[in-house]
Design a protein around this ligand. Structure first.
Ligand SMILES: Cc1cc2nc3c(=O)[nH]c(=O)nc-3n(C[C@H](O)[C@H](O)[C@H](O)COP(=O)(O)OP(=O)(O)OC[C@H]3O[C@@H](n4cnc5c(N)ncnc54)[C@H](O)[C@@H]3O)c2cc1C
Length: 489
């Protein structure tokens, strides 16, 4: 029942039901078979059991290599993590959406027999032209700005896409010195367009634009085939959660996967690589490092890497994302012809989308990224974040917001084995310092979405990177590593 206005009771009630209205959340990721402690040597050790590490391990095993996967957490999946509600539906606390152009993740979904749900919901969207402005209603493909600002935004988008299309390795020196915020400012004439385009880009990059270079931003666009393709990446979500994919891969990897095994040291010697984890010391001919680059220091591998790589890694920028999931009795916004989408570029809550199952509750996903995520992360706890999200939602829907059934709000920066999301990034000058970053180095190979040539920062990029690293070892990699996506295509 939609109330005429959201009461303080609703906010507090919303806060009170974070994680408590339902029985203790059932983790979907009960460990698969865990590797025998006696297995101390293998052809390949994979560090990290996210989509990248698991994809690499499965590929290697399928080609006859012996593999040990060392994972710090008590579950596989990394930034993919799902939770089942009492009603039977599953919510994704991390990665969720995929598109048909993402061939690696699509193939995995098909192979694992996972059911897709369309993320397309008909109806109007709500748009905040400025942080404190009243939201405006518009058609799904509308850019509800005054005509002059809309023209400015369109010409800026066109120039941005053109820069992506023309990107080449020769641009590194020039564009890697300019921060992305100044670059976007240069492409726009008026504040509203800068606010809209900058906010959109920051939402994609998950890092304040002032901290990354124009090259990093454009290269991200190139890795997905142009920023326009980004829309295609949210075509589907999975009825039983994205974690179905990592569970499927973990099952295939089977006894090679060792959980609760944080790695603290990696050292190459003449004959092999020695990896020290909490569970013991392991040896292998090759190692695939499949943790995000911000952990290279913590896993003790930095000392093995060339000085110019260390320089690039020194300026590494963490991505910030808080994902808030609001579960209602039904998708009530649809009754008034709304799709559930709210666009609020640069705001603490940058966007909301409807991810309701075909039947059952109404689920709104609210994304806070970059500066927005950092601001929300300063709230004392998950309950306070949910209450703030409900306040924002009731501002967007002035006719009222019904009571919540359940909610979660996950700050991925607070996760010690992720330190953020969607992905981390090279800082300004990071491409110039080490264009060859992530190429094989001695017996070390590098995987993870941050190392991908295509769909970098997405699940698809993670899988691609794992297959590429495995292929480097098997001598079958069709994708040379260390190449820039903008150059390679
Ligand atoms: C909130 C959020 C929403 C997202 N939404 C989407 C989406 O809708 N669609 C999409 O395509 N992508 C999305 N992403 C991005 C996607 O989750 C990632 O691109 C992908 O999951 C990364 O996989 P990975 O294997 O590269 O890294 P990870 O999943 O981070 O795996 C790395 C693994 O290394 C482990 N590790 C860390 N330190 C150690 C150590 N010392 N020793 C051993 N192991 C260690 C970690 O525990 C982890 O399991 C989202 C991400 C977040 C956070």
């Amino acid at each position: 029942m939609v109330k005429s206005e959201m009461s303080r009771r609703t906010v507090l009630a919303g806060a009170a039901i974070v994680g408590t209205a339902l029985p203790a959340p059932r983790a979907l990721s009960a460990p698969e078979r865990v590797g025998a402690a006696a297995d101390r040597s293998a052809d390949v050790i994979v560090i990290g059991a996210g989509l990248a590490g698991l994809s690499a391990a499965r590929h290697l095993k399928a080609h006859g290599a012996s593999v040990i996967v060392l994972e710090a957490r008590d579950r596989a999946g990394g930034r993919v993590h799902s939770q089942r509600l009492r009603s039977g539906q599953v919510i994704d606390l991390g990665a969720q959406f995929l598109g048909d152009a993402q061939t690696h993740v699509s193939a995995l979904v098909d192979e694992a027999g996972l059911r897709r749900v369309s993320a397309a919901v008909p109806g109007d969207l709500l748009y905040f032209p400025a942080e404190d402005a009243a939201p405006q209603r518009g058609a799904p493909d509308a850019f509800p700005l005054p005509v002059i600002d809309r023209l400015d935004a369109f010409q800026a988008l066109w120039r941005l896409e053109r820069s992506v299309a023309l990107l080449s390795g020769e641009d590194i020196a020039r564009l890697d010195r300019i921060d992305a915020a100044s670059f976007v400012r240069d492409k726009t004439f008026l504040d509203p367009a800068f606010h809209a385009i900058g906010g959109y880009l920051e939402g994609e990059i998950c890092t304040p634009l002032a901290g990354v270079s124009a090259y990093e931003a454009l290269e991200q666009g190139a890795s997905i085939g142009g920023f326009e393709s980004e829309g295609t990446s949210m075509r589907w979500f999975l009825a039983d959660g994205a974690e179905g994919m990592t569970r499927y891969l973990a099952h295939a990897v089977g006894g090679s996967l060792i959980l609760n095994a944080p790695v603290s040291r990696v050292a190459q010697d003449a004959g092999n690589v020695v990896v020290t984890a909490a569970t013991g010391v392991y040896r292998a001919d090759r190692v695939i490092v499949a943790v995000p680059p911000q952990f290279y220091r913590k896993i003790g591998v930095l000392h093995e890497l060339p000085a110019h790589w260390q320089a690039a890694l020194g300026g590494w920028r963490l991505g910030s994302v808080v994902k808030t999931m609001l579960v209602f009795q039904e998708p009530w916004w649809r009754r008034s012809g709304l799709s559930g989408t709210i666009v609020n570029p640069g705001g603490m809550f940058g966007a909301a989308v409807d991810a309701s199952p075909e039947t059952g509750p109404g689920i709104l996903i609210v994304f806070s990224t970059a500066r927005g995520a950092q601001a929300l992360g300063r709230f004392p706890d998950e309950k306070a974040r949910v209450a703030e999200a409900m306040r924002w939602l009731s501002h967007a829907h002035s006719a009222g917001v019904p009571d919540l059934l359940y909610a979660r709000s996950i700050d991925w920066s607070a996760d010690p084995f992720s330190l953020g999301g969607y992905s981390s990034r090279r800082g300004i000058g990071g491409w110039s310092a080490a264009p060859d970053l992530f190429a094989p180095h001695g017996r070390l190979h590098f995987a993870g979405t941050e190392t991908a040539n295509r769909w970098r920062s997405f699940m698809d990029g993670a899988i691609q990177s794992g297959l590429r690293a495995a292929g480097e070892i098997l001598g079958t990699s069709p994708i040379p590593s260390g190449l820039l996506s903008g150059v390679e295509r």
